[in-house]
Design a protein around this ligand. Structure first.
Ligand code: TXA
Ligand code: MG
Length: 350
Protein backbone atom coordinates (compact mmCIF):
# COMPACT_ATOMS: atom_id res chain seq x y z
CA UNK A 1 0.00 0.00 0.00
CA UNK A 2 1.22 3.49 -0.79
CA UNK A 3 1.09 5.77 2.25
CA UNK A 4 0.36 9.36 1.19
CA UNK A 5 1.70 12.19 3.35
CA UNK A 6 -0.27 15.46 3.17
CA UNK A 7 1.20 18.56 4.83
CA UNK A 8 -0.99 21.21 6.37
CA UNK A 9 -0.94 24.06 8.88
CA UNK A 10 -1.58 23.00 12.49
CA UNK A 11 -3.68 26.05 13.36
CA UNK A 12 -5.43 26.62 10.02
CA UNK A 13 -5.65 23.22 8.32
CA UNK A 14 -6.52 23.22 4.62
CA UNK A 15 -10.12 22.21 3.89
CA UNK A 16 -8.92 20.26 0.88
CA UNK A 17 -6.57 18.13 2.99
CA UNK A 18 -9.25 17.48 5.62
CA UNK A 19 -11.74 16.62 2.89
CA UNK A 20 -9.38 14.10 1.26
CA UNK A 21 -8.53 12.53 4.60
CA UNK A 22 -12.23 12.30 5.55
CA UNK A 23 -12.90 10.51 2.24
CA UNK A 24 -10.28 7.89 3.15
CA UNK A 25 -11.97 7.36 6.52
CA UNK A 26 -15.44 7.20 4.91
CA UNK A 27 -14.27 4.44 2.61
CA UNK A 28 -12.97 2.41 5.57
CA UNK A 29 -9.30 3.41 5.38
CA UNK A 30 -6.82 4.58 8.03
CA UNK A 31 -5.46 8.11 8.48
CA UNK A 32 -2.78 9.16 10.98
CA UNK A 33 -3.34 12.69 12.27
CA UNK A 34 -1.91 15.00 14.94
CA UNK A 35 -3.60 15.76 18.24
CA UNK A 36 -2.25 18.09 20.94
CA UNK A 37 -0.69 15.07 22.73
CA UNK A 38 0.67 12.62 20.12
CA UNK A 39 -0.26 11.49 16.61
CA UNK A 40 -3.27 9.15 16.45
CA UNK A 41 -4.10 6.38 13.97
CA UNK A 42 -7.72 7.01 13.02
CA UNK A 43 -10.63 5.00 11.64
CA UNK A 44 -14.37 5.72 11.48
CA UNK A 45 -15.42 4.53 14.94
CA UNK A 46 -18.80 3.28 13.67
CA UNK A 47 -17.18 1.06 11.02
CA UNK A 48 -16.06 -2.18 12.69
CA UNK A 49 -14.02 -3.44 9.72
CA UNK A 50 -12.09 -0.18 9.65
CA UNK A 51 -11.47 -0.33 13.40
CA UNK A 52 -10.09 -3.86 13.07
CA UNK A 53 -7.58 -2.57 10.51
CA UNK A 54 -6.08 -0.32 13.22
CA UNK A 55 -5.17 -3.36 15.31
CA UNK A 56 -3.63 -5.05 12.30
CA UNK A 57 -1.58 -2.04 11.15
CA UNK A 58 -0.20 -1.38 14.66
CA UNK A 59 0.17 -5.08 15.52
CA UNK A 60 -1.86 -4.18 18.60
CA UNK A 61 -3.21 -6.97 20.81
CA UNK A 62 -7.00 -7.18 20.21
CA UNK A 63 -7.73 -6.96 23.95
CA UNK A 64 -6.34 -3.41 24.22
CA UNK A 65 -9.20 -0.94 23.53
CA UNK A 66 -8.80 2.38 21.69
CA UNK A 67 -9.96 5.94 22.41
CA UNK A 68 -12.89 7.52 20.56
CA UNK A 69 -12.28 11.17 19.57
CA UNK A 70 -15.19 13.61 19.32
CA UNK A 71 -15.43 17.22 18.12
CA UNK A 72 -18.58 18.35 19.95
CA UNK A 73 -20.48 17.48 23.10
CA UNK A 74 -23.44 16.04 21.17
CA UNK A 75 -21.22 13.22 19.94
CA UNK A 76 -20.69 12.09 23.53
CA UNK A 77 -24.36 11.08 23.69
CA UNK A 78 -23.90 8.99 20.57
CA UNK A 79 -21.06 6.92 21.99
CA UNK A 80 -22.07 6.65 25.64
CA UNK A 81 -25.32 5.77 27.43
CA UNK A 82 -24.88 7.68 30.70
CA UNK A 83 -22.50 10.33 31.93
CA UNK A 84 -22.05 10.65 35.71
CA UNK A 85 -23.08 14.15 36.81
CA UNK A 86 -19.72 15.09 38.30
CA UNK A 87 -18.04 14.33 34.98
CA UNK A 88 -20.16 16.88 33.13
CA UNK A 89 -18.68 19.92 34.89
CA UNK A 90 -15.17 18.52 34.50
CA UNK A 91 -15.39 18.00 30.75
CA UNK A 92 -17.12 21.35 30.25
CA UNK A 93 -14.03 22.96 31.77
CA UNK A 94 -11.28 20.70 30.42
CA UNK A 95 -12.45 19.81 26.89
CA UNK A 96 -11.14 20.20 24.29
CA UNK A 97 -8.01 18.94 26.03
CA UNK A 98 -5.78 15.99 26.97
CA UNK A 99 -8.32 14.21 29.20
CA UNK A 100 -9.93 10.85 28.34
CA UNK A 101 -12.95 9.60 30.28
CA UNK A 102 -14.02 5.96 30.47
CA UNK A 103 -17.84 5.77 30.49
CA UNK A 104 -20.58 3.21 29.63
CA UNK A 105 -20.50 2.32 25.91
CA UNK A 106 -23.54 2.77 23.67
CA UNK A 107 -24.58 0.04 21.22
CA UNK A 108 -23.63 2.28 18.32
CA UNK A 109 -19.92 1.82 19.10
CA UNK A 110 -18.71 -1.58 17.85
CA UNK A 111 -17.45 -3.89 20.61
CA UNK A 112 -14.00 -4.16 19.00
CA UNK A 113 -13.35 -0.45 19.68
CA UNK A 114 -13.50 -1.30 23.39
CA UNK A 115 -12.05 -4.80 23.04
CA UNK A 116 -15.40 -6.19 24.17
CA UNK A 117 -15.64 -4.09 27.37
CA UNK A 118 -19.00 -2.45 28.13
CA UNK A 119 -17.22 0.89 28.60
CA UNK A 120 -15.71 3.27 26.04
CA UNK A 121 -12.85 5.77 26.36
CA UNK A 122 -13.70 9.22 24.93
CA UNK A 123 -11.90 12.52 24.49
CA UNK A 124 -12.19 15.82 22.61
CA UNK A 125 -8.70 16.74 21.36
CA UNK A 126 -7.48 20.37 21.42
CA UNK A 127 -6.00 20.42 17.93
CA UNK A 128 -7.57 22.02 14.86
CA UNK A 129 -6.46 19.23 12.52
CA UNK A 130 -8.02 16.53 14.73
CA UNK A 131 -11.21 18.52 15.34
CA UNK A 132 -11.49 19.46 11.64
CA UNK A 133 -11.06 15.85 10.55
CA UNK A 134 -13.79 14.60 12.91
CA UNK A 135 -16.12 17.36 11.66
CA UNK A 136 -15.46 16.52 8.01
CA UNK A 137 -16.14 12.84 8.71
CA UNK A 138 -19.25 13.74 10.70
CA UNK A 139 -18.62 10.87 13.14
CA UNK A 140 -16.29 10.17 16.05
CA UNK A 141 -12.84 8.82 15.15
CA UNK A 142 -11.42 5.77 16.92
CA UNK A 143 -7.68 6.28 17.34
CA UNK A 144 -4.87 4.85 19.43
CA UNK A 145 -1.43 6.42 19.21
CA UNK A 146 0.01 5.99 15.69
CA UNK A 147 3.02 3.82 16.60
CA UNK A 148 3.73 0.14 16.21
CA UNK A 149 2.58 -1.56 19.38
CA UNK A 150 5.29 -1.33 22.08
CA UNK A 151 7.17 1.62 20.56
CA UNK A 152 7.13 5.21 21.86
CA UNK A 153 4.14 7.25 20.66
CA UNK A 154 4.92 9.45 17.65
CA UNK A 155 5.06 13.21 18.17
CA UNK A 156 5.75 14.06 14.51
CA UNK A 157 4.87 12.69 11.06
CA UNK A 158 8.34 11.24 10.45
CA UNK A 159 7.98 8.94 13.47
CA UNK A 160 4.56 7.79 12.22
CA UNK A 161 6.06 7.12 8.79
CA UNK A 162 8.92 5.11 10.29
CA UNK A 163 6.45 2.74 12.00
CA UNK A 164 3.48 2.59 9.62
CA UNK A 165 4.67 3.36 6.07
CA UNK A 166 2.99 0.89 3.73
CA UNK A 167 0.42 -0.19 6.33
CA UNK A 168 -1.96 2.81 6.23
CA UNK A 169 -3.50 5.03 3.54
CA UNK A 170 -2.54 8.49 4.74
CA UNK A 171 -0.59 10.62 7.21
CA UNK A 172 -1.54 14.26 7.83
CA UNK A 173 1.71 16.08 8.65
CA UNK A 174 1.07 19.21 10.70
CA UNK A 175 4.41 19.35 12.49
CA UNK A 176 5.24 18.48 16.07
CA UNK A 177 2.48 17.88 18.60
CA UNK A 178 2.19 20.45 21.41
CA UNK A 179 2.31 18.33 24.58
CA UNK A 180 4.20 15.14 23.76
CA UNK A 181 2.72 12.60 26.20
CA UNK A 182 -0.67 10.90 25.86
CA UNK A 183 -3.87 12.08 27.54
CA UNK A 184 -4.78 11.40 31.16
CA UNK A 185 -7.25 8.47 31.30
CA UNK A 186 -9.85 8.52 34.10
CA UNK A 187 -12.56 5.98 34.89
CA UNK A 188 -15.43 7.62 36.73
CA UNK A 189 -18.56 6.03 38.14
CA UNK A 190 -21.08 7.57 40.58
CA UNK A 191 -19.05 6.52 43.60
CA UNK A 192 -15.46 5.97 42.47
CA UNK A 193 -12.89 7.67 40.25
CA UNK A 194 -9.54 6.24 39.28
CA UNK A 195 -6.68 7.49 37.10
CA UNK A 196 -5.83 4.62 34.75
CA UNK A 197 -3.03 6.52 32.99
CA UNK A 198 -1.37 9.72 34.29
CA UNK A 199 -1.10 12.44 31.65
CA UNK A 200 -0.96 16.18 30.97
CA UNK A 201 -4.02 16.92 33.16
CA UNK A 202 -2.51 16.27 36.59
CA UNK A 203 -4.20 14.68 39.59
CA UNK A 204 -4.01 18.11 41.31
CA UNK A 205 -6.45 19.52 38.70
CA UNK A 206 -8.73 16.48 38.68
CA UNK A 207 -9.18 16.74 42.47
CA UNK A 208 -11.16 19.96 41.91
CA UNK A 209 -13.87 17.88 40.25
CA UNK A 210 -13.44 14.39 41.70
CA UNK A 211 -12.46 14.68 45.36
CA UNK A 212 -12.18 10.91 45.75
CA UNK A 213 -9.79 10.46 42.82
CA UNK A 214 -7.06 7.86 43.22
CA UNK A 215 -4.17 6.58 41.19
CA UNK A 216 -4.59 3.02 40.03
CA UNK A 217 -2.05 1.07 42.13
CA UNK A 218 -0.36 -0.45 39.07
CA UNK A 219 0.79 3.04 38.01
CA UNK A 220 3.20 3.10 40.92
CA UNK A 221 4.42 -0.49 40.87
CA UNK A 222 4.06 -1.52 37.24
CA UNK A 223 2.33 -4.63 38.56
CA UNK A 224 -1.35 -5.42 38.58
CA UNK A 225 -3.39 -8.17 40.13
CA UNK A 226 -6.31 -9.94 38.47
CA UNK A 227 -7.90 -8.24 35.48
CA UNK A 228 -6.25 -4.91 34.70
CA UNK A 229 -8.69 -1.97 34.85
CA UNK A 230 -7.15 -0.63 31.68
CA UNK A 231 -5.85 -3.33 29.36
CA UNK A 232 -3.05 -1.02 28.19
CA UNK A 233 -1.47 -1.32 31.63
CA UNK A 234 -0.23 -4.84 31.19
CA UNK A 235 1.68 -4.30 27.98
CA UNK A 236 5.32 -3.29 27.79
CA UNK A 237 5.45 0.23 26.40
CA UNK A 238 7.90 2.57 24.75
CA UNK A 239 10.52 -0.12 25.00
CA UNK A 240 13.88 0.87 23.47
CA UNK A 241 16.01 -1.96 22.08
CA UNK A 242 18.64 -1.51 24.78
CA UNK A 243 18.08 -2.16 28.46
CA UNK A 244 17.24 1.04 30.32
CA UNK A 245 17.43 2.17 33.93
CA UNK A 246 15.88 5.29 35.55
CA UNK A 247 17.81 6.99 38.36
CA UNK A 248 15.43 8.57 40.88
CA UNK A 249 15.82 10.64 44.05
CA UNK A 250 16.90 14.15 45.05
CA UNK A 251 18.75 15.84 42.20
CA UNK A 252 22.23 16.11 43.78
CA UNK A 253 22.33 12.38 44.36
CA UNK A 254 20.71 11.54 41.02
CA UNK A 255 23.40 13.54 39.20
CA UNK A 256 26.17 11.87 41.20
CA UNK A 257 24.74 8.40 40.55
CA UNK A 258 24.25 8.99 36.82
CA UNK A 259 27.84 10.19 36.39
CA UNK A 260 29.15 7.23 38.41
CA UNK A 261 27.01 4.68 36.55
CA UNK A 262 27.98 6.06 33.14
CA UNK A 263 31.69 5.85 34.02
CA UNK A 264 31.28 2.24 35.19
CA UNK A 265 29.53 1.21 31.97
CA UNK A 266 32.08 3.03 29.80
CA UNK A 267 34.92 1.29 31.67
CA UNK A 268 33.21 -2.02 30.94
CA UNK A 269 33.43 -1.16 27.24
CA UNK A 270 29.72 -0.49 26.71
CA UNK A 271 28.18 2.09 24.41
CA UNK A 272 26.17 4.19 26.86
CA UNK A 273 23.09 6.24 26.00
CA UNK A 274 21.65 8.91 28.31
CA UNK A 275 18.32 10.72 28.46
CA UNK A 276 18.90 13.67 30.76
CA UNK A 277 18.27 17.34 31.58
CA UNK A 278 20.56 20.13 30.32
CA UNK A 279 22.10 20.41 33.78
CA UNK A 280 23.12 16.74 33.75
CA UNK A 281 24.16 16.62 30.10
CA UNK A 282 27.08 19.05 30.64
CA UNK A 283 28.52 16.80 33.37
CA UNK A 284 28.75 13.65 31.21
CA UNK A 285 31.84 12.31 29.42
CA UNK A 286 32.02 13.07 25.71
CA UNK A 287 31.82 9.40 24.58
CA UNK A 288 28.25 9.21 25.94
CA UNK A 289 25.36 9.22 23.45
CA UNK A 290 23.31 12.02 24.97
CA UNK A 291 19.70 13.00 24.33
CA UNK A 292 19.12 16.33 26.06
CA UNK A 293 15.54 16.91 27.15
CA UNK A 294 15.36 20.48 28.56
CA UNK A 295 16.24 22.38 31.73
CA UNK A 296 15.15 20.34 34.76
CA UNK A 297 12.53 22.84 35.88
CA UNK A 298 10.77 22.80 32.47
CA UNK A 299 8.68 19.66 32.81
CA UNK A 300 6.47 20.85 29.93
CA UNK A 301 9.46 20.86 27.54
CA UNK A 302 10.73 17.58 28.93
CA UNK A 303 7.33 15.97 28.16
CA UNK A 304 7.40 17.40 24.63
CA UNK A 305 10.85 15.97 23.86
CA UNK A 306 10.60 12.67 25.71
CA UNK A 307 9.33 10.27 23.04
CA UNK A 308 11.43 11.64 20.20
CA UNK A 309 14.47 11.43 22.51
CA UNK A 310 13.71 7.75 23.15
CA UNK A 311 13.36 7.12 19.42
CA UNK A 312 16.55 9.05 18.58
CA UNK A 313 18.54 7.14 21.12
CA UNK A 314 17.24 3.86 19.73
CA UNK A 315 18.51 4.87 16.27
CA UNK A 316 22.01 5.41 17.75
CA UNK A 317 22.10 1.83 19.07
CA UNK A 318 23.45 2.10 22.62
CA UNK A 319 24.12 -1.08 24.65
CA UNK A 320 22.56 0.42 27.76
CA UNK A 321 20.48 3.54 28.53
CA UNK A 322 20.63 5.60 31.72
CA UNK A 323 17.71 8.01 32.23
CA UNK A 324 17.26 10.83 34.72
CA UNK A 325 14.18 10.75 36.96
CA UNK A 326 12.07 13.90 37.47
CA UNK A 327 9.78 15.23 40.23
CA UNK A 328 6.32 13.67 40.15
CA UNK A 329 4.40 16.92 40.26
CA UNK A 330 2.05 18.16 37.51
CA UNK A 331 2.94 16.57 34.18
CA UNK A 332 6.00 15.08 35.93
CA UNK A 333 3.87 12.12 37.01
CA UNK A 334 3.21 11.27 33.35
CA UNK A 335 6.90 11.71 32.46
CA UNK A 336 7.93 9.37 35.28
CA UNK A 337 5.27 6.82 34.29
CA UNK A 338 6.51 6.71 30.68
CA UNK A 339 10.18 6.53 31.70
CA UNK A 340 9.52 3.69 34.14
CA UNK A 341 7.52 1.78 31.55
CA UNK A 342 10.26 2.27 28.96
CA UNK A 343 12.73 0.89 31.50
CA UNK A 344 10.52 -2.08 32.33
CA UNK A 345 10.44 -0.65 35.89
CA UNK A 346 14.22 -0.97 36.36
CA UNK A 347 14.63 1.90 38.82
CA UNK A 348 17.75 2.95 40.72
CA UNK A 349 16.65 4.82 43.88
CA UNK A 350 19.30 7.03 45.45
O1 TXA B 1 -3.46 11.31 23.93
C1 TXA B 1 -3.98 10.24 23.65
O2 TXA B 1 -4.77 9.67 24.43
C2 TXA B 1 -3.63 9.60 22.30
C3 TXA B 1 -4.17 10.50 21.19
C4 TXA B 1 -4.02 9.88 19.83
O3 TXA B 1 -5.51 10.82 21.46
N1 TXA B 1 -4.19 8.29 22.22
C5 TXA B 1 -3.72 7.22 22.90
O4 TXA B 1 -4.38 6.04 22.65
O5 TXA B 1 -2.79 7.29 23.65
P1 TXA B 1 -3.83 4.61 23.08
O6 TXA B 1 -4.74 3.63 22.45
O7 TXA B 1 -2.42 4.50 22.75
O8 TXA B 1 -4.10 4.53 24.62
C6 TXA B 1 -5.41 4.35 25.11
C7 TXA B 1 -5.37 3.90 26.53
C8 TXA B 1 -4.86 2.49 26.64
O9 TXA B 1 -4.03 2.39 27.79
C9 TXA B 1 -6.15 1.67 26.81
O10 TXA B 1 -5.95 0.47 27.51
C10 TXA B 1 -7.02 2.66 27.57
O11 TXA B 1 -6.68 3.92 27.06
N2 TXA B 1 -8.45 2.40 27.33
C11 TXA B 1 -9.13 2.56 26.18
N3 TXA B 1 -10.42 2.19 26.31
C12 TXA B 1 -10.57 1.81 27.59
C13 TXA B 1 -11.67 1.31 28.37
N4 TXA B 1 -12.88 1.14 27.83
N5 TXA B 1 -11.45 1.02 29.67
C14 TXA B 1 -10.23 1.19 30.24
N6 TXA B 1 -9.14 1.65 29.55
C15 TXA B 1 -9.30 1.95 28.25
MG1 MG C 1 -0.49 3.98 22.64
Amino acid sequence: MLTRVLKTDRHNPSKKVLQEAAEVLKSGGLVAFPTETVYGLGADSFNEDAVLKIFKAKKRPPDNPVIVHISEMDMLKEVSTTIPKRVKKMIEDLWPGPLTIVVPRSKKVPASVSAGLDTVAVRMPAHNVALGLIKHLGSPIAAPSANLSGRPSPTNARDVYEDLNGAIEMIIDAGDTFIGVESTVVHVTENKSVILRPGPIPIETLRNYLNDIELHPSILTGKFEGTPASPGMKYRHYAPKAEMVVVEGTYDRVLEKIVETVHDYLKAGLKVGCIVSEETAVKLPSQTLIEVLAPRNRLDLIARRLFSALRNLDRRNPDIIVAEGFPEEGIGMAIQNRLRKAAGYRILKV
